[in-house]
Ligand binder design. Sequence first.
Ligand SMILES: [Zn+2]
Length: 446
Amino acid sequence: MRWSLLIALLAALSLAAFAAPFGKAEPDLRISVRQENEADLLVVYEWRKPRGEMIFESVAGGYRERRWEIATPGFELKRLEDEDRIVRADGKKFTHVELTAKPDLLRIEKEYQPTARYGAGGALIYTGHFWPVTGKGGRVNATFDFTPAAGGHVVAFGANEPELTAWRSPMAHPAFVYLGALDPVETDHVMALIDPDAPRWIVDEFNALVPASFEKLAALFGFTPETKPNLFLSAPLGSDESRLSYAGDALPAQFQITLEGAAWKEKSDKARGIFVNATIHEAVHLWQAAARPGADDAPEWIHEGAADAIAAEVMVALGEWDSEAYAASERAARTECAAELNAGSLNGAKARGDFRALYACGHVIALAVARADGETTADFWRDFIERAGDDGYSEDMFYDLVAERTGDRDFADAVEDFARTPLAEPSRAIDGLFASAGSLARGRGR
Ligand SMILES: [Zn+2]
């Protein structure tokens, strides 16, 4: 397919839309981010009123402690249990702090990278790690200024500009922002930034997969996301021939893919299979984002497992998988989930660092529910999005919808126990869940 370059026009249109989307004319904080060298940043915080501290949500692995340096004298970074604080050592109030931020040395697992090298000389920034929170858990009313290194530009959603000032995300949510020299390409479906180092076959697959899978997803979910998504594909492959690593992160109306390992260079069935399935998984998140987790921190297996399950449904719909391949993906999820739950409950998995449980066991639950209610996981999510509404969803809301759709509270309770309780024999518990789902389906004559 052909990429069309309508960027300048679109940037002009969308910039007008960015001018004051929330009517908060006067921010409490201006955050200026200047690209110094590749993904090294100079970040300046300018508060409207003096204050005693800046609070940030913590980043796994103590990232800020290791990779931030406060350039303004007399300040210190304090690492607390689930937050970082910047304060003056003498305890006095302040309005101005400058610091430098560098990318972490390794990818931080199951976390958005605060700043990461992206293509030659570029940086991909996740604003959430630079955006302070209020004491009440919300985000400070802040605007961002982005200044790329000489010759570069800034890309965020529909904007592609020499710099952005007084910017707020159109999604009112932390976002990815690119600083560097790469030009985005735009299609009917997406605004994409593709690393020029990405192998040609990957780019061709991506160009074919995006319209095909987006069309299927629009049909399965019954709507098209309002904002045209931003996709970022980077390929710092390196020289390790045995490595084939795919890392994806999704945000409202954005996802980014990082491919690492020299095994990506040549097209193989294995490499292609991983790329296609994982990219569809990320694309599913663009639709799921219509339902946001509510304030009570819904577990991630709810959306990650469903993304795996719906991706499998799309693989079949696209003809990528036959029924045997689909069945193999179910077996793989069941086996992996059982192994992950040997160390403790599903709801405790993230805290244990068993991140794969969120995918595999979430997938198992999605499959069992789909079997019990006789519909697809995409169908469940259509209902779930509606139920979540503007307030967002909770774990209890998930079980309630399971009870409603299957007509069986006991089954919903069994799903809840499966997620919340450490299981003596995880694989028997999984078999039991599918057995109950099967008898419900038979009871309905399916
Ligand atoms: Zn995911």
